[in-house]
Design a protein around this ligand. Structure first.
Ligand code: UDP
Ligand code: MG
Length: 327
């Protein structure tokens, strides 16, 4: 493997939805860490349809620092699409997506770079410790366990979008044409030489979580439906099992009537119970098929994942002693 430059150019992607309060702090902290690396860099904020002053605040900072860029959407398209737009615009040798709320600590960046220099194309951050509600931790654990049990790829538990991606991985990701994107699964699908570093994930510093429970639930469904058809197979087996049971039970009832004579069917409540139960299963089955169908429908429409309102970006400055490749 060819040796890697000691000072790769770094692109940071920050998806931001109503982050006017968090951005100035995030900028200070991330910049301080980037300066310490000695690498050329850029920070790209992807404004995901913010309704507050996020864009104005960021523009204010951009006026003072030419290494800051902005990609803005026409409306809120969600974090996954914001990341996708970021990937489409980054210029760095390596790319690191980071949340605006500083839940992805900038101090991990040097650790990422060290592993990248050692030859890894993807270095993902694994949360050693999460300062989040017990409910969020529980739902996250259940989600990852289920997803890994059902799909052929392995998605590391406790790893989020906070990771370093080599330019090659970014290009791989951009080659995947799907609209309903679940990046955590796509990173794993791409493969490439990967490793991880451990870090402590702090609580959100400023403001409330922007990812509502509903958004996270949709994302969880996207993850499972885009990487696994197991729920549909499960329904098939459930259907076969219940039919089998119904046939056996039918034989049993017939034997009661013909062999034991004089049997009076008194099973009205049981009947109702069974009808409700199997009716329920059919509804669930239809709903699940509907989920897959809705996703297929969205994909065939071929609508773009997002529409851009504006892009402001300067070339990454690669001149200067420290940034010379091969140092
Ligand atoms: N975010 C976004 N679009 C959305 C929701 C969130 O770009 O529709 C951004 C948000 O501004 C933040 C990151 O995604 O930078 C993570 O959001 P949040 O902290 O709310 O999520 P959590 O930490 O709960 O996963
Ligand atoms: Mg957060």
């Amino acid at each position: 493997m060819s040796p890697r430059p000691a000072f790769p150019s770094i692109s940071i992607i920050v998806p931001a939805h109503n982050e006017e309060a968090a951005l100035p702090v995030a900028y200070q902290e991330i910049r301080a860490e980037l300066e310490r690396t000695g690498c050329p860099w850029e920070i790209l904020v992807v404004d995901d349809g913010s309704r507050d002053r996020t864009v104005e605040v960021w523009r204010g900072l951009m006026a003072q620092d030419s290494r800051l860029g902005l990609v803005s959407f026409t409306r809120n398209y969600g974090k996954e699409n914001a990341l996708l737009a970021g990937f489409a615009h980054v210029q760095g040798d390596v790319t690191i997506p980071m949340d605006a709320d500083l839940q992805d600590p900038p101090a991990v960046i040097p650790l990422f770079l060290e592993r990248w220099r050692a030859g890894f194309d993807m270095v993902y951050g694994v949360r050693r410790h999460r300062e989040e509600s017990a409910f969020k931790k529980l739902t996250a654990t259940v989600h990852y366990r289920l997803l890994n049990a059902l799909s052929p790829i392995h998605i590391p538990e406790e790893a989020g979008d906070f990771r370093l991606l080599d330019r090659l991985v970014v290009q791989d990701l951009l080659r995947l044409p799907e609209r309903d994107r679940y990046h955590k699964g796509l990173y794993a699908w791409v493969g490439r030489k990967s490793t991880h570093v451990l870090y402590d994930r702090p609580a959100r510093v400023i403001g409330e979580a922007r990812q509502s429970f509903r958004k996270l639930l949709t994302l969880a469904l996207d993850g499972i439906t885009s990487f696994s058809a197991a729920p549909l197979q499960f329904l098939l087996w459930l259907g076969i099992a219940s039919c089998g049971f119904a046939v056996l039970y039918g034989f049993y009832l017939a034997s009661q009537v013909f062999i034991l004579h004089g049997y009076t069917p008194a099973g009205y409540p049981t009947l109702l119970c069974f009808i409700l139960f199997f009716g329920g299963i059919q509804m669930v089955a239809l709903g699940l098929i509907g989920e897959y169908l809705a996703r297929i429908y969205r994909e065939v429409k071929q609508r773009p994942a997002y529409l851009l309102a504006e892009v402001v970006q300067n070339p990454i400055r690669t001149s200067g002693e420290k940034s010379n490749h091969g140092v």
